[in-house]
Design a protein around this ligand. Structure first.
Ligand SMILES: O=C(O)CCC(=O)C(=O)O
Ligand SMILES: [Fe+2]
Length: 286
């Protein structure tokens, strides 16, 4: 769909197919700014040291600490609007004899720049909402975005998507021959529901495929009390590791809670957050 479209058809397509490409998603200033701010960080990053993340793939996270040009991407009306429409479903609960209407909010979940270098093979197909152990079919909990910073082609590793797979149950394994490559021009974006099977494609060309991804999740997928604000860092450091992990400086299998793709405990032991970020990022690379 062109970016000048109404929200309604975007939501309809996302409900039906689980995924959509919005052309010319980012304006020229945003696109240039993202390259200026993130390009050098990607150049400096090593390749990931886990096969799932890609031994020929570079990943840089903490994007809002690195660039303000992400703001118009996250708040782009079709992305944010569709996320609100899909995820913020009104429900109700009983409190005593009162029937209370409740509508959840949404939260920014992950940000990451991803560079698939030549010779990277296909990523295993997966559902990103499996991070929250969501059951399928079920109410959506995530709308994800992949902004193309170079053209995306079948040859250079365009994200492989199985349209409609958010409707599947939890017993059906995904197959590559069911996927469609999300081929799109630089500046366009793929939006997809967390329940849709997808994975990075193989890059058989001589040039990197560069992108960034953002996820918006249901707002209730978190702790009740905000422990990161409630307990000062100096205090956290005085507690035993088990309690630090209970406070949230931990990862829950299969993977939520990471900091630069590493155990968030690493961030605590450094006085300087930038130093912590570099140390964690170095561990995620080889
Ligand atoms: O890079 C891509 O195209 C997809 C990456 C992805 O799905 C992931 O890392 O979870
Ligand atoms: Fe993914």
């Amino acid at each position: 769909m062109p970016s000048a479209t109404e929200l309604e058809p975007v939501v309809d397509i996302l409900e039906r197919d689980g995924a959509i490409i919005i052309e010319d998603f980012a304006d020229a200033t945003t696109f240039r700014g993202l390259w200026e701010d993130l390009g050098p960080a990607l150049d400096a990053a090593g390749h990931c040291n886990k096969g799932y993340d890609g031994h020929r793939t570079r990943r840089v996270s903490s994007l809002l600490a690195r660039t303000d040009h992400l703001v118009p991407v996250i708040t782009q009306p079709l992305y944010l609007g569709a996320a609100r429409r899909l995820l913020q479903r009104p429900g109700h609960m009983w409190v005593g004899r009162s029937r209370i209407e409740v509508t959840p909010n949404i939260q920014l979940s992950a940000t990451q720049a991803i560079q698939i270098d030549p010779k990277q093979g296909k990523q295993p197909l997966h559902r990103d909402d499996a991070l929250h152990l969501r059951q399928h079919p079920g109410p959506p909990s995530r709308l994800q975005l992949m902004l193309a910073l170079t053209d995306f082609t079948q040859e250079n590793g365009a994200t492989l998507v199985i349209p409609g797979s958010h409707h599947w149950d939890d017993e059906t394994p995904p197959r590559y021959d069911m996927t469609t490559p999300a081929a799109m021009r630089a500046g366009s974006a793929l939006l997809w529901q967390g329940g849709v099977f997808h994975g990075g494609g193989a890059n058989t060309t001589d040039s990197p495929r560069v992108s960034l991804t953002v996820s918006l999740d249901l707002g209730n997928l978190r702790q009740e009390e905000n422990q990161y604000l409630a307990v000062p860092r100096e205090k956290v450091l005085t507690y035993p590791e088990e309690l630090r992990r209970l406070l949230g400086y931990d990862q829950c299998p299969p993977g939520v809670g990471w900091f630069e793709m590493q155990d968030p405990q690493l961030a605590l032991v450094h006085d300087d957050l930038e130093e912590a970020r570099n140390a964690a990022a170095a561990l995620a690379q080889h």
